[in-house]
Design a protein. Structure first.
Length: 124
């Protein structure tokens, strides 16, 4: 992320390719999913082009993990991945679960829909 913050997207992508992407990392699944989704989302948010196939590789990796919504940290990252590969049904499923959890914690209606957050809209 440091290279990306400095505007060196080429170096950031080299680090991602060598150490972070699912095919090379030794990380545990939650870290792989959150790190890859966060990095690729930031890459795009900062105006850089994401090389073809990176989101799809993360989506393929993530198919084996966190398929049952309810772990909010994973749900948010899984929704980012789904949005990036245009799997709108998966995005809506995650949003509905997060909204349900949110409403159960705030039954007075103070909470807003998770889909109202800017990060959910980046890929629309």
């Amino acid at each position: 992320m440091g290279a990306l913050e400095r505007g060196d997207s080429e170096r950031a992508l080299a680090i991602y390719t060598d150490s972070i992407q699912p095919s090379v990392t030794a990380g545990i699944p939650i870290n792989v999913i959150s790190d890859t989704a966060s990095f690729l989302w930031r890459l795009q948010a900062y105006g850089h082009t994401t090389p073809a196939g990176l989101w799809e590789a993360v989506a393929t990796y993530s198919e084996e993990y966190f398929q049952k919504p309810g772990f909010t940290f994973a749900d948010v990252h899984m929704a980012l991945i789904a949005a990036a590969v245009r799997d709108w049904a998966a995005v809506e499923q995650r949003v509905d679960v997060v909204d349900g959890l949110d409403q159960s914690r705030n039954p007075d209606g103070r909470a807003s829909r998770a889909s109202d957050l800017p990060g959910w809209l980046v890929f629309r």
